[in-house]
Write a protein that binds this ligand. Structure first.
Ligand code: PGA
Length: 233
């Protein structure tokens, strides 16, 4: 796992966008898995900027959404475009050749997608009941807490681990504990983001505040700084 610590949200977003651009430069028809939530917004804005500047082309890209609330109409502003169904979703991903790059956020309870604590680390796309923590966290997007859906369809942890490359972005002090557990804690279904430790090509890009709980920070910064000159594997 690569851990990249950037000074602030803007630099975190730029670094993550660069990874997407790198994938598209080597594979213009890449399959991208897109995360919802607020954290990747800066990354997406940076991709829009690069597109407008003619530096990246999405015309041949296929995308899959990571997760989706259940019970919201497709035109509800908080719907993540409700089109996922468990069976055909996994089949469609396979038909498209699998996901090349999956973008991820992390919940304050350590979830990736809506794989709440206790989710099997080999789970596939399915219906999940959201945790109280997630409902509280996401209430800010809705008028009332009662409006937050209790159910979601989400890619499973196993589905996510099948992607060829994973990029997880996290910003702010509310994510510091989850990031420390995911990166440096044991692999456990109680913190489903810890499953990234099982992946061969996972990057965790965080800002200073989200990095606050990491004990190996000096080492990550040393590796990242030395990367351009490192021998190619
Ligand atoms: P956030 O959500 O980016 O809005 O904090 C992340 C998540 O719950 O996965």
């Amino acid at each position: 796992m690569e851990v990249v610590i950037k000074r602030d949200y803007g630099l975190m977003s730029k670094a993550a966008a660069q990874l997407v651009v790198d994938v598209l430069n080597t594979k213009p028809n890449a399959v991208l898995g897109m995360a919802t939530g607020s954290t990747p917004l800066g990354l997406y804005q940076e991709l829009v900027r690069l597109h407008q500047a003619g530096q990246v082309d999405f015309s041949r890209v296929t995308t899959f959404n990571l997760d989706e609330y259940v019970g919201l109409s497709a035109n509800h502003p908080q719907s993540y475009h409700y089109f996922m169904h468990e069976q055909w979703y996994e089949r469609r991903i396979a038909e498209c050749g699998g996901i090349d790059l999956q973008i991820l956020g992390i919940g304050s309870d350590g979830h990736i997608a809506f794989n709440e604590p206790g989710s099997s680390l080999s789970s596939r796309t399915r219906l999940k009941t959201l945790s109280k923590q997630t409902i509280d966290d996401n209430a800010r997007f809705f008028e009332r807490r009662e409006d937050v859906p209790v159910y979601a369809i989400t890619m499973g942890v196993g589905t996510i681990l099948d992607a060829r490359k994973l990029v997880l972005v996290a910003s702010g002090k509310t994510k510091a504990k989850a990031i420390a557990q995911a990166v440096e804690g044991p692999v456990t279904s109680m913190v489903t983001a810890s499953a990234l430790q099982l992946h061969r090509d996972a990057s965790v890009i965080v800002d200073e505040q989200a990095a606050a709980g990491l004990t190996m920070r000096d080492y990550y910064e040393f590796i990242y700084a030395a990367k351009p000159a490192a021998p190619k594997a």
